[in-house]
Write a protein that binds this ligand. Structure first.
Ligand SMILES: O=C(CO)COP(=O)(O)O
Length: 250
């Protein structure tokens, strides 16, 4: 089965209520590209309102706690995301791994919680600059995959996002050959562990994706979509990326 292209906006800590119109415009434009799956992950505070403003659309959280409930001040459980209309959750973003000291085991537990809550999970991996420069990027990322991908899931419900940390928000992107090599290595590691199911899993690229570079990056081997930060905040910037994915969708 061919993998459908998947384009996801990670709004990070951006967006007040007046940003809902952008989300509506993005989803309206996405309706014109039915071969592409589109999701927006706004801050927690906007999920409920966005789900109401864009019924039936894929809206997600950017993180969840691994527990179902309890004394975890400030945290949000996966079930709570589902309860207010989310169908997706990002786990293991480098800004969580680095800024909140999340380990591979933490990320795996969060992914399991998301799946348990019925959410579709996007699990992020990616190397820092010094690891890339030392030539160890593939080993580093495959170690993250080994430690943070759960044992049991439906291939349609778990996507990997490869986001080299040095490419996030910097305007720097790896060469297409480097992206293809990393995605191929990830697919190979998934196949070694999960067999044929790896062919159905989507592997997204993230890090300074924009309307100009999207077509080239999305056409690289084993790249099934994009996880987009800054260029996902407005329809004007995000829709061209969705359109680029649509031109490649089979
Ligand atoms: O971190 C990212 C998406 O999760 C990428 O962010 P930018 O697209 O702003 O580089």
């Amino acid at each position: 089965m061919a993998r459908r292209k998947y384009v996801v906006g990670n709004w990070k800590m951006n967006g007040l209520s007046d940003a809902l119109g952008e989300a509506q415009a993005i989803f309206a434009a996405a309706d014109g590209h039915p071969m592409v799956d589109v999701a927006i992950c706004p801050p927690f505070t906007l999920i409920g309102a966005m789900a109401a403003a864009a019924p039936g659309k894929a809206i997600g959280g950017q993180d969840c706690h691994s527990a179902v409930s309890g004394a975890f001040t400030g945290s949000v459980a996966a079930q709570m995301l589902a309860d207010i209309g989310a169908s997706v959750v990002i786990v293991g973003h480098s800004e969580r791994r680095e800024g909140f000291a999340e380990s591979d085991a933490d990320v795996r537990a969060k992914a399991e919680a998301g799946l348990e809550a019925g959410l579709s999970v996007i699990l992020c991996v990616g190397e820092p600059r010094e690891i890339r420069e030392s030539g160890g990027a593939i080993d580093y990322v495959l170690s993250q995959i080994a430690g943070s991908v759960p044992d049991h899931f439906d291939a349609q419900s778990l996507a990997i996002a490869y986001e080299p940390i040095w490419a996030i928000g910097t305007g720097l992107v790896p060469t297409v050959a480097d992206v293809a090599a990393m995605h191929g290595a990830i697919r190979g590691a998934l196949a070694a562990r999960f067999g044929d199911a790896a062919e159905d899993m989507r592997i997204l690229y993230g890090g300074s994706v924009n309307g100009e570079n999207a077509a080239e990056l999305l056409d690289a081997g084993d790249v099934d979509g994009a996880l987009v930060g800054g260029a996902s905040l407005t329809a004007a910037k995000f829709v061209p990326i969705i359109a680029a994915a649509a031109t490649l969708a089979g």
